[in-house]
Design a protein around this ligand. Structure first.
Ligand code: FAD
Ligand code: SF4
Ligand code: SF4
Length: 368
């Protein structure tokens, strides 16, 4: 008979020599079964960013194995935000257990230290809202906090492209919102290959979730995760398939090269042309283009980012900014001191609105 001491010892032995960590047990075929076949992939790009065997084709947004053989190394399954998401465990690791505990149960605003309305003080930054994202990244690049940042810019027809910006000029190309799905996290692979040692990333809540899983998962591979230093997350209610651009072009008889900006306000998708004319399309009419993976998404405010930025909650021309980690809070405060941005406390009314929108998104995500 095995006594208690022997059993303890056996368990330690098993953990040390026999039991394989769970990430080694699932490969791409499991990812296909649990995420792709269930049509809940958000096309964040995390699986392809850290595995050379996975590719997401530009023409058909679909992660696929480049070679037929699935090595079951487990990284794609472990990093995908749609396989499992141990939210409170990740929150404790990145914000610290004490900060994480302060979050009210289920609060859609997530863990945060400060919330502000922010506007760029750089005249040459023309952002989507207050230009907060571009200005904060400009400060971080200038100070050497990061030496490259993965941004999402676009071609002349508004199709998104990921780019590693290493200087102010390149960074400014990313300003403005692109409302079509793109696996921007793959840009991290490019940044690592380009030799960046301190990488910044800006992207959607699902993309931030994937990168936080990368940073916090226990696994033995050298994948360069320690180089990821700053994550700026964008608020997001939904994103759209590329067919939306064809719909806009045909429906409004517009050449997309002449579009200056897309935006969503209330229940309308707005298209601004270069002459300042604004076209409004009811959101109901473009519902069919919403990405399938968005239907199960419950994160509105990019709860796991260092800094989260959106438009809801602030007046026009300002961005709403949540600082979540200490690093994020220091960057916002120092960018203000150094004259990159101006900031004021966010009003209760704004916070209430963000909470209501975030709760409606969570209800939508949890009913699917
Ligand atoms: C698909 C999408 C849906 C959004 N939905 C909401 C919403 O429901 N409510 C809300 O309040 N805000 C939403 N936002 C955020 C909002 O549109 C602005 O991005 C945010 O307010 C920051 O504005 P800014 O002027 O500070 O940023 P800017 O200085 O203009 O910088 C914008 C940054 O966003 C990045 N970016 C642009 N498009 C994408 C993309 N498709 N994927 C990844 N990164 C991208 C660029 O790299 C750039 O660095 C959404 C953004 C996106 C991309
Ligand atoms: S959600 Fe992201 S990580 Fe998961 S399968 Fe899709 S692209 Fe890959
Ligand atoms: S709604 Fe969720 S899944 Fe869809 S793009 Fe936004 S963060 Fe990603």
């Amino acid at each position: 008979m095995i006594n208690e001491a022997d059993a303890d010892e056996l368990e330690v032995e098993e953990r040390r020599y026999v039991r394989l960590p769970s990430f080694l047990e699932q490969g791409f075929s499991a990812l296909r079964r649990d995420v792709l076949d269930k049509r809940i992939c958000s096309f964040c790009g995390t699986c392809a960013a850290f595995c050379d065997k996975i590719r997401i084709s530009e023409y058909e947004l679909k992660p696929e194995l480049v070679e037929g053989y699935d090595t079951i190394c487990g990284l794609c399954y472990a990093f995908c935000p749609r396989t499992f998401l141990p939210l409170s465990e990740i929150e404790s690791k990145i914000f610290g257990a004490e900060e994480a505990r302060k979050k009210a149960e289920g609060d859609v605003l997530g863990v945060y230290r400060g919330c502000y309305a922010v506007r760029s003080k750089r005249r040459d930054i023309k952002g989507q809202d207050g230009g907060a994202v571009t200005s904060l990244l400009a400060y971080a690049l200038h100070e050497g906090i990061i030496d490259g940042v993965v941004i999402t810019t676009s071609d002349n027809h508004w199709r998104p492209i990921t780019k590693v910006a290493k200087n102010y000029g390149e960074l400014k190309e990313g300003a403005g919102t692109k409302y079509t799905i793109y696996p921007s996290v793959v840009g991290i692979k490019e940044a690592i290959r380009a030799g960046c040692e301190s990488i910044g990333f800006v992207g959607l809540p699902c993309q931030i979730q994937g990168l936080r899983k990368v940073q916090t998962a226990e696994q033995p591979y050298e994948i360069g995760k320690e180089r990821i230093k700053l994550l700026i997350g964008l608020f997001c209610m939904e994103n759209f398939k590329e067919e939306l651009l064809d719909f806009v072009k045909e429906n409004l008889s517009l050449d997309l090269e002449g579009v200056k900006k897309f935006d969503i306000k209330g229940k309308e998708f707005l298209v601004y042309d270069e002459k300042g004319k604004v076209y409004a399309i009811p959101l109901d009419e473009i519902e069919e283009y919403i990405g399938e993976g968005c239907s199960v998404c419950a994160d509105y405010t990019a709860e796991l980012a260092d800094i989260s930025v959106g438009s809801v909650g602030s007046e026009d021309g300002w961005s709403t900014v949540f600082t979540r980690t200490e690093n994020g809070e220091v960057i916002v405060k120092d960018a203000m001191k150094e004259g990159y941005i101006e900031a004021k406390e966010l009003e209760e009314k704004g916070l209430g609105l963000i909470r209501r929108v975030g709760e409606s998104k969570r209800r939508r995500g949890s009913t699917k």
